[in-house]
Design a protein around this ligand. Sequence first.
Ligand code: HEM
Length: 412
Amino acid sequence: MRPLHLSAAQALARTRAQLADTSLLLAARPDMAALLLAGRVLSSERTPLRRLPPLGWVTAHAPTAREILKDYRHFTNLTEGGVGDLWAQVLGPWVLDMFDGPGHHDLRTRTRELFTEDSAAALVAEAWQDSFDAARRELVTGGTVDIAALSRMLVGRMMGALLGIDEVRHDSAAADELFATGERLAGLALDTGADTTLPEDRVAQAQEIVRQLTANVPAAFADPQPGTILERCARLGLGLRETTGLCALLMVAGTETSASAMARTVALLADTGDQHLLRRDRSLLPEAVREGLRVTTPAAVIGRGVSADVEIAGARMQAGERVMMLTWTANTRYGGFDLRRGYVPEVRQLWFGAGRHLCLGAPLARAEIAGLLTMLLDAAAEAGAPGWQIVERTPQRRVMIPGYQRLVVALA
Ligand code: HEM
């Protein structure tokens, strides 16, 4: 890591930027935010893993979290504490094989090329260019754009494009609706942490939301558009049930997370003043995306169940126990947003997980953030403005993934 030399004013701006982003965690899930902040002292280089009854094991040490995520012989996401456990209650026990069994390996092998850096950038350009043009025009002519609302609508539209559902792809209101429905589904898991067993009424609500979310899938799957995920599923030989389940998963995994990182990265660049470095040198765009993902870490916690006794970092963990990886804490331990920080090898890309469940949509998420930042940089360049400024911001309250409800920007 390169040493960072900052003036007092710059250091203050960076502290404020970090506080503004951290306050989003407190607004979204105060209890989880408390645990994430406490993780800084609970889990250290010397004692990476702590047992915290009734939560189970907790770590905020990046190398230990990665070791656990990569060790599929001793850890699983199918038992209590893992995301597979949540989905199995909602979709049925058939998902278990697809989530962590041989079916998962098969699916990941066949979908390896689903998103590459190039295909993801092309998807973003194709699906979002008209919305970007409209936002850029608005900014250049002196107007304001709510980046948080724009991001939600865009990721909703992206799902329409990926799944070949034209109604969502071309209609902003339908895209907003898809996002809000996905958010309601994720919200049902709000109070879960280590304990992922949902009460019966929540399971019923979740099943109804999945039905709404995927209402268009059967028709689109019957005659899938070329290049869509549905076509890929059909070619993989997946049936309608599995395809519908996968679509529901994508709509939840790839919407709130991306929208959160997009708006928060825009705010961090403005708050730290690093947008000016980026404006002068656009080759820093990948750094801006990476720092944005590191500092925001939208999936702030990843859970696993211990499936077989194992000793990790001096801790003896027993089958049936649970472990929570505080990835936000692990990633932000290395400092606040700074474009000059460089790659942090201890962390790699822990914001996308690690091992066999490493985020399937990582290239797409990166392209989405890069696309939004490019639109803002283009708008500033066209207007001859020094950058963008935030004129209003409100956090989202009681949501699974922290983010801005409103982040209104104008050109400076
Ligand atoms: C900034 C945006 C995103 C972040 C921070 C993020 C983060 C993550 C993380 C941490 C995991 C691993 C979870 C675990 O190990 O339990 C994951 C898995 C996954 N993500 Fe993402 N994600 C993002 C965007 C997306 C997008 C855009 C898509 C798809 C369009 C997507 C699809 C998936 C899928 C399908 C999985 C499950 C992979 C598996 O279990 O094999 N994600 N994501």
